[in-house]
Design a protein around this ligand. Structure first.
Ligand code: ZN
Length: 345
């Protein structure tokens, strides 16, 4: 996740801010979608409310379509005026660059539109230009206006904590998970799973996505209510899969009551930093593979056996370890037989 810190962020082809080297646009589009989708748990407006447009020379900010004066766009605040404007696509400079605001309208105002126009003009009083500066996005959560993953994480975790009161231990778990080198979508999924906010049958029923009389029994065993802790930890299949993964690493633990404790125990299995890092990847890979498997079973009539899933976890964690952690390259079979050695090279 640190990849995004102190670099450039591009949204829709436009730079949100920039300091040092440029990072690929595609990475951030998908990365960005994931960040914004975190809003599902905390209200969908969280992102927009933290970013503002600072107008410099006004050359790259749409007058009507970007919220550059307050939280709403002028188009949203004055739809009537927008509808009769001849400058719907104009940037701020095109309308106000000469020192006064020069509007062009399709027709003369009705009297009540005159009133709207006066309100708009009031809002435009005191606009300060700095012709030497480019317009830019400003991130409100940091002092310098530069986006950082850390500030976003703190903001979101703050929002989540308002909803539920967390124990200190649980906060530590969230902090640890966010440091994993697993892909962001997987980390986000883990957060949601810990909060029991993934679309399990019981959650879907609570949210009326499936009918109240539909079964909320586990897709795997059909015996217990399908919750995230059941699917990912307590269902027979999950127990078998974790068992195989633990045998691969040559350790064992009693299945804990929830994912928080599981993560904490899992992390305690290794004390060396490099191994911990890899072990976290394995944990995320296991959570991800288990979820995918149970999800697919709905469409494919069959979850797959624990042996296949454990194999998938080994492959996935190997791929992540090769591409996402600065690890010395190793072959897959080395990974299988000597994971610790591979990790410590
Ligand atoms: Zn089950």
């Amino acid at each position: 996740m640190e990849r995004g810190a102190n670099r450039e962020i591009w949204i829709g082809g436009e730079k949100l801010y920039g300091i040092s080297d440029r990072v690929g646009f595609e990475i951030f589009v998908s990365w960005w979608k994931t960040i914004v989708s975190l809003g599902e748990g905390v209200g969908n407006c969280w992102f927009n409310s933290e970013v503002v447009r600072r107008v410099g020379n006004g050359a790259s900010t749409s007058f009507w379509n970007v919220a550059w004066r307050g939280a709403l766009t002028f188009r949203a605040k004055y739809p009537r005026l927008y509808s009769i404007s001849n400058q719907q696509e104009a940037c701020v400079r095109e309308i106000g660059g000469s020192g006064e605001w020069l509007f062009e309208w399709r027709r003369r105002f009705f009297q009540w539109e005159e009133h709207l126009f006066n309100l708009l003009k009031e809002e435009l009083e005191g606009v300060v230009w700095s012709p030497g500066d480019e317009d830019r996005w400003f991130w409100k959560l940091t002092e310098d206006g530069v986006f950082s993953v850390k500030s976003t994480y703190e903001k979101l975790i703050g929002l989540l904590i308002v909803e539920d009161r967390w124990w200190e231990d649980e906060k530590m778990v969230f902090g640890g998970i966010s440091k994993s080198a697993a892909p962001l979508k997987v980390i986000v999924f883990s957060w949601k799973a810990l909060l029991n906010r993934i679309p399990t049958k019981s959650n879907l029923r609570i949210r009326n996505v499936i009918p109240a009389d539909a079964s909320s029994l586990c897709v795997g065993c059909g015996r217990v209510d399908e919750t995230s802790v059941h699917l990912l930890l307590h269902c027979d299949l999950a127990i078998e899969v974790w068992g195989r993964v633990m045998r691969w690493w040559n350790f064992s633990m009693v299945t804990p009551p929830n994912l928080f404790v599981h993560w904490a125990c899992w992390n305690a299995m290794e004390s060396r930093k490099k191994l911990k890092k890899v072990l976290r990847l394995v944990w995320h890979a296991a959570i991800w593979v288990l979820w995918k498997a149970q999800n697919n079973s709905i469409f494919n009539n069959g979850i797959g056996c624990s042996e296949e899933l454990a194999e998938e976890i080994k492959v996935l964690s190997w791929r992540w370890a090769m591409h996402r952690v600065h690890m010395y390259p190793c072959l897959f079979y080395e990974w299988l037989w000597n994971t610790r050695d591979c990790s410590l090279r």
